[in-house]
Design a protein around this ligand. Sequence first.
Ligand code: AMP
Ligand code: MN
Ligand code: MN
Length: 328
Amino acid sequence: MFNSLAEVLARLQRAERVLVIGHIKPDGDDISSVASLVLILRKMGKIAEGCIADDIPWFYKEIPGVSLIKSVSELRNYRYDTAVTVDASELARIGDAVKLLSGAKPDVTIDHHKTNTRFGEINFCDSDYAAAALAIYEIGRETVDYDPDLAEVNLLGIATDTGFFKYGNTDAKVFTYAAELVKQGADIQRIASAVLEHTTLNEIKLVVEMFNTLSLAMDGKLAWAHVSTEMLTRNNCTEQDTEGLVGQIRSIHGVEVAILFIEWPHNHVHISFRSKSYADVSEIALKFGGGGHARAAGCSCKDVELPTMIDKVIAAAKEYLAVAHLEE
Ligand code: AMP
Ligand code: MN
Ligand code: MN
């Protein structure tokens, strides 16, 4: 069973020096949850640092608080009494930040993934929460006064994990908390502009190449495409520039499951799954060692060949969809 948020809060109140860790391939919710929790803990009078092992995409840095997040090497000598992970479903998701734990379990984990493995001492996880940042807000509003910077970075995760208030997880709580954060000074337009309007010409060229690889099957319910290392380097892009591409595949009319294969680096394939209304893509991702949510999941496979992975995953997706469609 999971612990309550009250138990998490009681544990955090006892802490003096905290390390907050997010997941690799950071997204808006991850970045928001790390930065917001660090700011909340500092307002509570504690010493707190935030760490994400992978580089943070540049466009998030326009949002206040994001730049406080440090790399693993910057925090190598940081002493803490309490380690907290946020938005990570399993220990492997924190990547190299695991080195900072020196073999111990995190003291607290705060998450919202269906596939969470309860890898900490105290674990809060509720998949009814649209974003980990909602749980962070519930901690923050109990303990500190919000200023506009904290409100804005806390809203970032709520906005991004709900696809800017349009995915199926966008419930009344999302709007209530978002309204409270806007009242406290968060600028949603700045968040939207930073996250949604940063496309470069190179990325547009990459999108064109990606759509040239598009395939559809199962009466148009399944769509997939790939981005190879070669395509990325040819367009001066990196894996970071692929964020949002799988959403474009899902946006095709009639598509229920969208899958994007990203090869980066060579023979290392990350697979992003998205579904529109009924398929639980975390079930497909789990088969390949990944996980996630019903409508957004992923997995990463090392030392594999892109065409082989495409064949295997598409076969599994077809098998899943054949049954899911009948149950729908
Ligand atoms: P992505 O397609 O990379 O944006 O990931 C979509 C969702 O799947 C995210 O919410 C992640 O938490 C989850 N996810 C992605 N990659 C993995 C992985 N390798 N293992 C477990 N969960 C993952
Ligand atoms: Mn995340
Ligand atoms: Mn999340």
